[in-house]
Design a binder for this molecule. Structure first.
Ligand SMILES: CC(C)(COP(=O)(O)OP(=O)(O)OC[C@H]1O[C@@H](n2cnc3c(N)ncnc32)[C@H](O)[C@@H]1OP(=O)(O)O)[C@@H](O)C(=O)NCCC(=O)NCCS
Length: 149
C-alpha cells in the first residue's frame, strides 16, 4: 500500500508540480486562485493533482454554481492506485461545502483512462464537441457530470 498524502497546494507544491508535470500546468495553476487545488504527494513529491474552479451556470434563470474540474492528472507510475478517485472525492466534498449544484469535467476521446475513471465513479457521460482557443478543429470528447445535491 502506497503512503500517499493529500495536501492543499501552496507555492512550493505548485512549483514542484510545474517541474514534475511540465510548464503547461502553469496557466491552470494560476487560474485556480478561487478554486480548489489539491495535490497527492509521495515522499513529499507530487504524483497527482486536481484543479477545480467555481463557475456560474450560464444564463440560468436563477443563480446556480457548478464546480468545473479544469485538470486532473496522475503520474504514469502511480496510476491505478486510487489516487484520482481520492482527489475527485475531496473535490466533490469541497463543491458540496460551497453549495455547488454539480461537478463537471471535459475529456477528449484520446483520454481512454479518463473515460474509465468517470465511468467507474458513476458520472453521467455526455458526448460533446467543444471549441478551444488556439485549436483549429473542435475537440471531440465527453462531459462527465455528477449532481451533488
Ligand atoms: C485518468 C487518470 C487521472 C486516472 O488516474 P488514476 O489515479 O489511475 O485513477 P484511479 O486509480 O482512481 O482509478 C479508479 C478506477 O477508474 C478506472 N480506471 C482508471 N484508469 C483506468 C485505465 N487506464 N484503464 C482501466 N481502468 C481505469 C478503474 O476502474 C479504476 O479502478 P481499479 O484500478 O480498481 O480497477 C490518469 O490515468 C491520468 O492522469 N490520465 C492522463 C490525464 C487524464 O486523462 N486526465 C483526465 C482528463 S478529465
Amino acid at each position: 500500500m502506497l503512503d500517499i498524502t493529500y495536501k492543499l497546494m501552496n507555492e512550493e507544491i505548485e512549483q514542484k508540480i510545474m517541474r514534475a508535470f511540465g510548464d503547461w500546468t502553469k496557466e491552470y495553476l494560476e487560474k485556480g486562485k478561487n478554486g480548489f487545488k489539491l495535490a497527492a504527494l509521495f515522499m513529499n513529491e507530487p504524483v497527482g493533482f486536481i484543479i477545480v474552479n467555481p463557475s456560474p451556470l450560464a444564463e440560468s434563470p436563477f443563480h446556480v454554481e457548478e464546480s468545473q474540474i479544469d485538470l486532473i492528472e496522475v503520474s504514469i507510475k502511480f496510476r491505478r492506485c486510487g489516487i484520482a478517485s481520492k482527489l475527485v472525492k475531496q473535490a466533490e466534498d469541497w463543491a458540496k461545502e460551497n453549495n455547488h449544484y454539480q461537478i463537471r469535467s471535459f475529456f477528449s476521446l484520446t483520454k481512454q483512462g479518463a473515460f474509465k475513471l468517470w465511468y467507474s465513479l458513476k458520472y453521467c457521460l455526455s458526448p460533446a464537441s467543444i471549441t478551444v482557443p488556439g485549436y483549429r478543429k473542435p475537440i471531440k470528447g465527453y462531459f462527465a457530470v455528477k449532481i451533488l445535491t
